[in-house]
Design a protein around this ligand. Structure first.
Ligand code: CA
Ligand code: CA
Length: 442
């Protein structure tokens, strides 16, 4: 072989390697994983929908909420809502702080679960969760679950006096509100969505409350005014659960949700205008999302809405994205995020200032459930970068992605490598390019 031919072959190999690197992602700029929780004897996990469990401030500090507990809440096995902060200079995580002061009137701890948070421009963190403290033993501690909030001023701590957001007393024994999702609007108002069985013991409806620009809610929230859907208007037939919300620049709220545990698949979407009521729900998929893997939503600065969900099928379940272009009434057809044929689930997503999508999901292509990150171009409908984020050797679940200053990508998830669930985190070195969406609003 002459040297020219050898050089051509080498060049071809180099180009192929570079192309491969482009396709599968240059993970060289990702820093090592960081373990956030360090107790092997406590089971920690991210919220059922962790889309709003992490926020990154303009200083680069990461604010994170999660919870611990077992399957059923009881005095013997209370739950706990936790908060951690990652210092932007040292890169160190704070020791977890307990957020919920969840005690019955008899002083028995029961706890809260499935938290979300909102980060104000002044650095105040507000945490929202559903809380068991008003439940009673004779009804198995699940008869009156209410929404609570607590706040942490910058450089301060959470209070001992949590704020009770819902205060309802139905005649039935399942007057429960669940999994509040908080989103901050540009003027400081916080939108809070949840599902609640107050009006029907067996069929939940969707609710939405809004704070004032200081982040304070009417407490208790007037439930009738917050009600978005009415189960009697859909024939008392479908339980709506696990809403996720995104707020566009006009203040319109975009909502996705799914069904309850017994009802199977379904991805629903509806828009709530700034003054009106909820538009008629659209069903985006009849074979996607479940009560244990609800859909996620985000809104780009261009006004496009993106929904991510798991489509269940054979031979494998896939992570899909659907786009609603700004001002359009119907979504584009769903697009599979990756062409790899493996089981995928738990997709979460954010957009940057250019409208590029940044996704995380759980993927079983390695034989176990691992967290993957992908950058997705919604114009060409292609994945331009793909990186395996978690490094095993056990399963991972429910990742959440946030974008921060200097194009830092922040990813957090539940990881089972220590037996009990633990919270893991990974970020990258600063990148050039697009800004995270929220910087546009400042
Ligand atoms: Ca507290
Ligand atoms: Ca209640």
């Amino acid at each position: 072989m002459n040297w020219q031919k050898r050089n051509r072959i080498c060049a071809a190999w180099l180009i192929a390697l570079l192309a491969l690197g482009e396709r599968v992602g240059a993970d060289t700029d990702f820093l090592p994983e960081e373990r956030v929780t360090t107790s092997d004897t406590i089971h920690f996990e991210m919220s059922r929908n962790p889309n709003h469990a992490m926020a990154v401030g303009p200083d680069g500090a990461v604010h994170l909420v999660f919870w611990s507990g077992v399957l059923d809440v009881s005095p013997a096995n209370p739950s706990t809502v936790w908060y951690c902060r990652r210092d932007p200079v040292s890169g160190r995580w704070s020791a977890p702080e307990i957020v919920d002061d969840s005690y019955t009137s008899m002083g028995v701890r029961l706890g809260g679960r499935h938290p979300s948070l909102a980060l104000a421009a002044n650095g105040t963190v507000r945490v929202f969760w559903h809380d068991y403290r008003h439940c009673v033993s004779s009804l198995r501690w699940i008869n009156n679950i209410e929404l609570y909030m607590d706040s942490r001023p910058p450089h301060g701590s959470f209070s001992g006096a949590d704020i009770r957001l819902t205060q309802t007393a139905a005649l039935h024994d399942g007057d429960n509100g669940y999994v509040p999702q908080a989103v901050m609007y540009t003027n400081g108002e916080i939108f809070l969505a949840w599902y609640d069985y107050h009006y029907n013991r067996n069929l939940a409806d969707l609710f939405l409350a809004k704070s004032n620009p200081q982040g304070d809610f009417a407490a208790p929230v007037p439930l009738a005014a917050a009600r978005l859907t009415d189960v009697t208007q859909r024939g008392n037939s479908i339980s709506y659960t696990l809403p996720d919300i995104a707020v566009d620049s006009s203040g319109a709220v975009h909502i996705v949700w799914t069904r309850d545990n017994a009802a199977g698949y379904g991805v629903f979407y509806a828009r709530r205008g700034t003054t009106g009521s909820l538009a008629s729900p659209q069903m985006l998929s009849t074979g996607a999302a479940t009560f244990f893997d609800p859909p996620h939503i985000t809104c780009s600065p261009q006004g496009d809405v993106f929904v991510a969900y798991t489509e269940y099928g054979t031979p494998a379940s896939g992570a899909y994205v659907q786009r609603l272009r700004a001002g359009w009434a119907t979504f584009d057809p769903p697009v599979k995020v990756t062409s790899v044929q493996s089981n995928q689930k738990h997709a979460d997503l954010k957009t940057d200032s250019t409208g590029m999508l940044h996704l995380v999901w759980v993927d079983e292509r390695t034989g176990r459930a691992e967290v993957f990150y992908g950058r997705f171009n919604p114009t060409t409908k292609t994945l331009v970068e793909e990186i395996k984020v978690s490094t095993g050797p056990s399963d991972s679940a429910r990742p959440c992605i946030a974008l921060g200053p200097n194009n830092r990508i922040h990813i957090v998830w539940t990881d089972y490598r220590h037996g009990m669930g633990q919270i893991y985190y990974r970020t990258n070195t600063p990148r050039a390019g697009a800004k995270p969406t929220w910087l546009l609003y400042r």
